[in-house]
Design a protein around this ligand. Structure first.
Ligand code: SF4
Length: 367
């Protein structure tokens, strides 16, 4: 059992319908899942499965693959079968690939109402095929490809326009008695995005997939996503998330997981509480924190480890953590579960912390 920092969520989760996406429950109080999308050509089955394996190892729970060509559609069967996590096929323009994805055993299909004009006539057929196979559909509205009709009506991709587009598409499926739907209304501006999801959440009880689209390179995209998801998740809105970064997809998953951990929506894994350092620091905190983080990476237990530069806040934080060091005068006081267990020279701080962390992990039952 971990040290006493269990946390109450910020707000009760909004009750949504529940979907089963290839064994991962989405909505209806299920844990919020983290998604990403492969960047390989889907038709390159080996490379795609390799990337999915990397994503799985990083903690991705659902993966989406693009399906722009027949070769990609042909690859879906093997990918869906061999992937360790549920695979969602991402379809624009071509209704025939929706059927291919359902036949291939994909866990869900994402369609974009702005890009599927010809879909509207075929919604009945799609709904029937999806229902027979038990395949949920994500209606993924994107500001960059908003339905022309709504773009004309609203002048631009406003929150109202995004929501109207999504609910219009959902109503077409509802006419065919199909409700295994989740919805996203993505925009690159976190403010518009947050407003759109709030509005959508008031108007339907479908599970919502959160995303800031085209969020940008890693630093900017991380901040935009964290700010927007933080606002929504703290109001109980959002059932599954995807961070979009112009960076390798494993980075998206790390950021997504960290956002959920930060908000107390997922059990925290390894957490390094390190001080920002200041003029009082008696040790190089940055290097120490980096070395401890690197040394503990992959430890499969939730541990809070405090790395503090001096004796002002050091002992307090170190005592609160599972494990910690308060440095000073070329030495480090090592704390375990609130007690100083020994004082070591500065050069031994990192190895002592790692040793103690491994011992604690063993006690906590890690393999
Ligand atoms: Fe500065 Fe000490 Fe606080 Fe670190 S713990 S920020 S060194 S006062």
């Amino acid at each position: 059992k971990r040290h006493d920092h269990e946390i109450e969520p910020l707000a009760p989760r909004k009750q949504t319908r529940q979907l089963n996406v290839g064994g991962v429950l989405v909505g209806g109080g299920a844990p919020i899942s983290v998604q990403s999308m492969t960047t390989t050509r889907t038709s390159d089955i080996g490379a795609t499965l390799q990337q999915i394996a990397e994503l799985t190892a990083t903690g991705c729970q659902i993966v989406r693959v693009a399906c722009p060509t027949q070769d990609d559609a042909d690859a879906l069967k093997v990918i869906a079968k061999q992937s360790q996590i549920p695979v969602i096929a991402d379809i624009h323009f071509q209704p025939k690939y929706v059927f291919a994805a359902i036949d291939a055993g994909c866990a869900a299909v994402r369609v974009n109402p702005g890009n599927i004009k010809q879909f509207d006539d075929r919604v009945g057929e799609i709904a029937r095929a999806a229902k027979d196979a038990g395949t949920p559909i994500r209606i993924g509205v994107n500001a960059g490809s908003l339905d022309k009709r709504l773009l004309q009506k609203y002048g631009k991709a406003t929150p109202e326009a995004l929501v109207e587009s999504a609910l219009w598409e959902a109503s077409l499926f509802e006419e065919h008695d199909f409700r295994d739907i989740k919805i996203s209304v993505k925009h690159n501006d976190p403010v518009v995005m947050v407003k759109a999801y709030r509005l959508l959440s008031e108007q339907c009880d479908y599970p919502l997939h959160l995303g800031v689209t085209e969020a940008g390179p890693a630093f900017q995209g991380t901040i935009k996503s964290a700010a927007a998801f933080g606002a929504l998740l703290s109001e109980g809105i959002g059932d599954t998330i995807r961070v979009s970064l112009s960076a390798p997809p494993v980075e998206e998953v790390k950021v997504g997981n960290q956002i959920l951990e930060s908000l107390g929506l997922r059990e925290r894994g390894l957490e390094i509480v390190s001080c920002p350092s200041c003029g009082r620091a008696q040790v190089d905190v940055y290097t120490l924190a980096e070395q401890v983080t690197a040394g503990l990476e992959g430890l499969p237990v939730p541990l809070r480890v405090a790395v503090m530069g001096c004796v002002v806040n050091g002992p307090g934080e170190a005592r609160e953590a599972d494990l910690g060091v308060a440095s000073g005068n070329g030495k480090g006081q090592i704390f375990v579960k609130g007690e100083v267990i020994r004082t070591v020279p500065e050069s031994q701080i990192v190895e002592t912390l790692i040793e103690e962390a491994v011992r604690l992990a063993e006690e906590m039952g890690a393999e």
